[in-house]
Ligand binder design. Structure first.
Ligand code: APR
Length: 299
């Protein structure tokens, strides 16, 4: 028999025990019920939740952009995809249909300059008819607002300039520029050459597109400017690049190593996603059209 104190103490222990026994039951019951409720809510309001999350993306990214001291953009083929210009990699990429060693290398050109020029003529006609999309225009607007300091692009399509951007560093050249394979003649075309391969008006040798092919070094001035901008920026927008082609893909890593915030805009995951502080899994044109409408409030 236990005294009153012992009995009370016993009752207390029983209560503790029950609690220990009961609460976990209760806890697990609560967990089960709440997960059922949450799953139901998510299924029921998935669209709204997803839109909510997406809305958060552009507002969050806009805040980072507006608060930046030195904003730089690094772009690849993906930014021009919504302008109808195919990218290189991925299932519908150009390199899944064409051989880059034959069409985008000095030895492929040596072997068959006519074939290479026919391919560039096709790309020139596509690019000539292409229009910049909201991603290009929003970057041009950010430059006009003195927020975006420069664009480092791997693209040779000139759509940034067509959208009104001024400070564009073309590290892989430009498809409208040509240079002589023998003398130092260089020029700019306004339309695809009628007959290919075109010849140098100065020495008669074959002209080649003034772009960077596989196995070739990047143009020195542009590359050192690009490294300078990447080292200086506090925010870098990395838009539409697979981040696998060197040395270009070093640019976001240089910026990151200097402490910059990396914002990646790409529907796919890339090696740059690993260093990205913000990852926006959306097509650039779609995403920046929302940024552009939000930006209006700042103008
Ligand atoms: N918005 C944003 N990103 C997109 C979109 C879009 N609408 N569409 C595709 N992308 C992404 C793809 O997911 C892919 O990661 O753009 C990227 C394009 O990658 P690549 O085709 O490899 O192009 P890029 O990174 O520019 O290639 C680098 O390789 O072939 C050479 O000289 C060429 O400059 C080029 C270099």
């Amino acid at each position: 028999m236990v005294g009153i104190h012992e009995f009370r103490d016993f009752q207390r222990q029983v209560r503790l025990y029950n609690r220990k026994c009961f609460w976990p039951k209760l806890d697990s019951t609560i967990v089960i019920i709440s997960s059922i409720v949450l799953t139901y809510l998510f299924k029921r309001f998935k669209a709204i939740i997803v839109i909510g999350v997406m809305l958060m993306y552009e507002e969050h990214v806009l805040k980072v952009i507006i608060n930046s001291k030195y904003l730089v953009a690094f772009t690849g083929a993906g930014i021009s995809a919504e302008s109808g210009i195919p990218t290189f990699r991925g299932k519908d990429g150009l390199w899944s249909k064409y051989d880059p060693t034959k069409l985008a290398s000095p030895w492929g050109f040596q072997e068959n300059p006519k074939l290479v020029w026919e391919w560039y003529k096709w790309r020139m006609s596509m690019i000539m008819n292409a229009k910049p999309n909201p991603a290009h225009y929003t970057l041009a607007l950010l430059e006009k607002m003195h927020i975006l300091k420069s664009i480092i692009t791997q693209n040779i399509d000139g759509l940034h300039q067509k959208a009104g951007s001024l400070n564009v560093i073309e590290i892989h050249g430009n498809i409208w520029k040509v240079k002589c394979t023998v003398c130092n003649y260089r020029s700019r075309l306004i339309e695809p050459p009628e007959s290919v391969p075109p010849h140098c008006p100065k020495c008669g040798a074959i002209l080649r597109p003034d772009v960077v092919w596989f196995g070739e070094p990047l143009p020195e001035d542009e590359w050192s400017r690009a490294i300078g901008e990447a080292s200086r920026c506090d925010v870098m927008l990395v838009i539409g690049t697979s981040g696998v082609v060197m040395p270009a893909a070093l640019i976001p890593n240089i910026a990151k190593s200097k402490g910059a915030i990396i914002v990646e805009i790409n529907p796919e995951t890339t090696p740059i996603s690993e260093i990205a502080d913000i990852k926006v899994p959306e097509p650039a044109g779609v995403f920046f059209s929302k940024i552009k409408s939000l930006l209006r409030t700042f103008q």
